[in-house]
Structures are given as structure tokens and as C-alpha cells.
Write a protein that binds this ligand. Structure first.
Ligand code: HEM
Length: 197
């Protein structure tokens, strides 16, 4: 019988050489999923609330027009990437934007910087709810390629549900100050975000 839940799948899974996963591999996979899924989406939510309240007109716009929620989430992912970057190792020598990168170099691929690339995004340092549709999803907050985030749609949905609930409950929400950022250098979200209503 093929299991339909992740825990059981990890238990019955066999590697290419036919062995089951050991305890470390199983707990590590679950831990990765927990961290990758929880911390990042929490940051997305604090970041989007922060930017919407920074300009009180934006919060009011969303209170009045819920069709802007997905747009705000997408612009937040671009403007404040919750994962600022990831390390990669170059397999062979390559040249990027005129810079030679030797084989086996550690590279920090910085999604946060790419998401503010003026060649791709008009006025990249502005948080805009009216960004043209074709620009909105060009950000790489979820990475790109073979390892692109499998939780992207889930986190968009979670953020939409949470933001809808906040807009319903606190239409007059106000920002007191920008609070503090979370500690890890590679992640970007609010540890504190003082608000009032
Ligand atoms: C706003 C929320 C999230 C952000 C910004 C985010 C971002 C990322 C990024 C940048 C990567 C690396 C992609 C790459 O290496 O090119 C990644 C990978 C991953 N994410 Fe997310 N993520 C989020 C939510 C989630 C959720 C909700 C889950 C699962 C419930 C999840 C599970 C994973 C896993 C398992 C990987 C590794 C994929 C692989 O290596 O093949 N993420 N994520």
C-alpha cells in the first residue's frame, strides 16, 4: 500500500541503493520542512503588514478592496524577500555579468538584490500595489530551477487567509514603529512589529 502522508512515506522510502532512510535523515527532512515552512511564512506575514501600515492609505485600500491582497503579498515577496539568499557551489568555471567565477567557489545567490534589479523592475525600491501584472511575479523570492520552493503556493494561501482575518478584525490597525528584524543574517522578517488599534 502506498502511504498518503509524508511521515509514512519517509518510513517506507528506499534510496537508490535500496536502503531505508536512517533516523537522522528522517528527522532532518522533517526539521527542514518545519523550518522552511514556518519561519519564512511568518516573515512574509510580518513584512506585508509592515509595508501596508507604513503608509496608512495602503491598509485602507486593502480594507476596501480585498482583490488587492494577492497583489500585496506578491509585492511583499519581491520587496522584502523572507529568504535573502542561498549559498551555491559552482561546478565549473563560469562568467556572470563579466565576473569570472572559478570552479568550486562558494557563491551567495542574493534573491533580495535580484528582486530589486532596476533592469527588471520599474522603481524597484518602491513598494507598489499597482505594479504591472507582468512584473509582479518576476521576483525570485522562492528561488528558481530544480530546487524552487515546493511550499510557494501554500505560503501564498496562508498569507492570504491571515491577512484577510487581520483586515476583517482590525480595519483601523496602525503602526507604532518598525520594531526589530529577526536575527539570522540570511532571513528577513520582523521579530517585533508594534501596532495599535
Ligand atoms: C514565504 C514563504 C517561503 C519562502 C520565501 C520560501 C523560500 C524558499 C527558497 C528561497 C528556497 C530555495 C530554493 C532554491 O534553492 O533555489 C526554498 C526551498 C524550500 N522550501 Fe520554501 N519558502 C517558503 C515557504 C515554504 C513552505 C510553506 C514550505 C513547506 C511547507 C517550504 C518548503 C521548502 C523546501 C522543502 C525547500 C527545499 C526544496 C529543494 O531543495 O528541492 N517553503 N524555499
Amino acid at each position: 500500500m502506498v502511504p498518503d502522508d509524508l511521515m509514512s512515506t519517509l518510513l517506507v522510502f528506499r534510496t537508490e541503493d535500496g536502503r531505508p532512510l536512517n533516523d537522522f535523515e528522517i528527522s532532518n527532512s522533517l526539521m527542514n520542512l518545519l523550518l522552511a515552512g514556518a519561519e519564512t511564512t511568518t516573515s512574509l506575514l510580518t513584512n506585508v503588514v509592515w509595508r501596508l501600515l507604513e503608509d496608512p492609505g495602503r491598509w485602507a485600500e486593502l480594507v476596501a478592496d480585498r482583490s488587492l491582497i494577492d497583489r500585496a503579498i506578491e509585492e511583499s515577496l519581491r520587496f522584502d524577500a523572507p529568504v535573502l539568499g542561498m549559498f551555491r557551489t559552482s561546478l565549473h568555471e563560469v562568467e556572470l555579468a563579466g565576473v569570472p567565477i572559478p570552479a568550486k567557489s562558494k557563491i551567495h545567490a542574493n534573491y533580495g538584490a535580484a528582486n530589486r534589479d532596476p533592469a527588471v523592475f520599474e522603481c524597484p525600491d518602491e513598494f507598489r500595489l499597482d505594479r504591472p501584472q507582468e512584473q509582479l511575479r518576476k521576483h525570485i523570492a522562492f528561488g528558481r530551477g530544480a530546487h524552487v520552493c515546493p511550499g510557494a503556493q501554500l505560503s501564498r494561501l496562508e498569507a492570504n487567509i491571515a491577512l484577510t482575518a487581520l483586515l476583517d478584525a482590525f480595519p483601523g490597525l496602525r503602526l507604532e514603529n518598525s520594531g526589530t528584524r529577526i536575527d539570522p543574517f540570511n532571513f528577513w522578517g520582523r521579530k517585533t512589529l508594534p501596532v495599535s488599534w
